[in-house]
Design a protein around this ligand. Structure first.
Ligand SMILES: Cc1cc2nc3c(=O)[nH]c(=O)nc-3n(C[C@H](O)[C@H](O)[C@H](O)COP(=O)(O)O)c2cc1C
Length: 179
């Protein structure tokens, strides 16, 4: 029993060491919308341009993405860790004020899915494929549109370390997810 517990702990620690960014995912169906913090994010193909996200089964976001067939992926600055803490429960969506948990948003120009004005950059994705697992649904979205608000990289020129954007990563917080 103790062996099982210590193996479980060790396994979790190793899986936690997978390097992840921290993003926000926006979703919408009819008048309801949401934004959630998401770290299970990866590009899965270049042609077509596909990006996958793992979203908890039964979450509000999973339901909205299933029905709305689109999502937005928002990239944040390394200094924006307080923003991700605000989106770990279903968000309060005020369509009249255009606010989610008090943060101003706009509708993505192609998908009408919410995008926070705070975002450094965002991608609008249309649902392409999905895989259901017990804990999560892996949604694969086709990237329809990418918009960058980053003044520091107007032409997308990579920084000295090769990165185009300095985005928030799990290691910038004291949080873990998955494992
Ligand atoms: C650091 C961190 C990373 C997270 N990553 C994910 C993730 O990749 N997928 C996910 O479904 N939930 C993730 N969550 C939990 C969701 O943000 C939270 O359960 C979600 O807001 C609830 O979903 P809902 O608002 O759609 O109901 C993460 C939470 C934290 C604190």
């Amino acid at each position: 029993m103790e062996d099982e517990q210590s193996y479980d702990k060790a396994r979790r620690k190793i899986l936690w060491s997978i390097v992840n960014g921290l993003y926000l995912v926006g979703s919408r169906y009819e008048d309801d919308c949401n934004v959630m913090t998401c770290s299970f994010v990866t590009q899965v193909a270049t042609s077509p341009k596909l990006v996958g996200i793992g979203v908890e089964t039964g979450s509000k976001s999973a339901e909205l993405i299933e029905n709305g067939k689109a999502y937005s992926l928002m990239f944040l600055r390394r200094s924006q860790r307080d923003v991700v803490r605000k989106f770990v429960k279903p968000a309060l969506c005020d369509r009249e004020k255009r606010e989610l948990n008090g943060y101003s948003y706009e509708d993505g120009p192609l998908t009408k899915v919410p995008v926070l004005k705070e975002a450094l950059a965002f991608a609008e994705c249309s649902l392409y494929e999905k895989l259901h697992f017990e804990s999560h649904v892996f949604f694969i979205g086709e990237v329809l549109n990418v918009v960058s608000n980053a003044e520091e990289v107007p032409d997308g020129t990579p920084a000295a370390d090769g990165r185009v954007l300095e985005v928030l990563r799990m290691e910038d917080t004291n949080m873990h997810y998955g494992g």
